[in-house]
Design a protein around this ligand. Sequence first.
Ligand SMILES: NC(=O)c1ccc[n+]([C@@H]2O[C@H](COP(=O)([O-])OP(=O)(O)OC[C@H]3O[C@@H](n4cnc5c(N)ncnc54)[C@H](O)[C@@H]3O)[C@@H](O)[C@H]2O)c1
Length: 360
Amino acid sequence: MDGKKLRYGVIGYGFIGRRHVNTLKCFPGVECSAVCDINPVRLEEVKVLYPEIPVYTSAREMLDCVPLDGVIIAANNNQHKELAVMAARAGVHILVEKPAALSVAELDEMTRAAADAGVTFTVHQQRRFDKDFACVRECYNQKLVGDIYTIKSALYGYNGNMHDWHVYKSEGGGMLYDWGVHLIDQILYMVDSRLVSVYADVRNVINKEVDDYFKILLRFENMVTAEIELGTYFLSDQKDWFERHWFVGGNTGSMYVDKFDPQGKIVRTTRLLENVAKDQDKSLASYGPTRSFGVPEPGLIVTEDLPSVNSEQSQFFVNYFKAVRGEEEFLVTIPQVRRVLAVMEACRKSAQTMESIVFE
Ligand SMILES: NC(=O)c1ccc[n+]([C@@H]2O[C@H](COP(=O)([O-])OP(=O)(O)OC[C@H]3O[C@@H](n4cnc5c(N)ncnc54)[C@H](O)[C@@H]3O)[C@@H](O)[C@H]2O)c1
């Protein structure tokens, strides 16, 4: 590709479509050449904010009328496959929102359409650049707590709300599709090992059609067990109780990370494996409901700051546009996306059978 600006159209001007138009307007070397949404009311805002951008109420019409190099598909989940196949046939590069598709089979159809058309195809999994996750990944890569045996990734909402189409199964609603795809992607991106088994509990706690709670256990060949838990209905009277938590356990320490703008510590004991009291007095001095879980003596626990990481979601687009120009590889690859969708399918199967699923 020469030095010309990349012309992109955005399909779906909702919460995230808005952000994509803004990104295209701000990013060097690209431009937003058209926006489409089946809801004309949504397009009124585009007309006011960006009068120079033509708007359409159908993706077909947009693709027929405007010369484009690519599209960003930011419509409801159940629309992704059809829109991606349509875009591939129109010969434009495809960036689709997560979840890329509702199933592995859908994704395979989209992948074939992109390959047949010779266009690039990837997915907006920008939470690989979240600071909290980058911190945990640094801990994992640098073995900051030694050999890691457990990682817990949790996200809790406090008011039970799920919005708009996310409560309808036919639209691709539910939390596994919405957030599960990010949380699973982060773990698979980080843990470089064969995933041996998947166990999951996926529930509709207060929603009729779709899941609003899940707990997933992923057991890897390298002996890491990852637990992912999400609840939309963990009621609390605390203010702003929208909770993101990580816990990482290793054999030379632990790390906890709270919030997306991460706060936490690496925690160690000063006398690792010197915990067996040589005399009864020392043993008696340890207090608490049981001696093993008693309060540590002063000076036993030491903390270190979290590793500093330089990570921003916008890095996704830096890689994306370079990759479209052929200057580097896509960070988010379709085989990775496929593996995440396969894990989601295994989660649903496990939840149904109450058994763990042999994975790879
Ligand atoms: N990567 C992220 O962090 C992130 C964050 C939010 C949403 N998303 C994803 O983005 C997508 C949209 O989510 P949202 O929260 O912006 O939803 P939204 O409801 O706010 O917006 C979706 C828009 O798409 C339009 N639409 C539906 N079908 C269409 C079609 N066939 N053609 C054109 N327009 C169509 C709707 O009218 C609506 O305006 C979903 O796949 C969601 O999972 C990703």
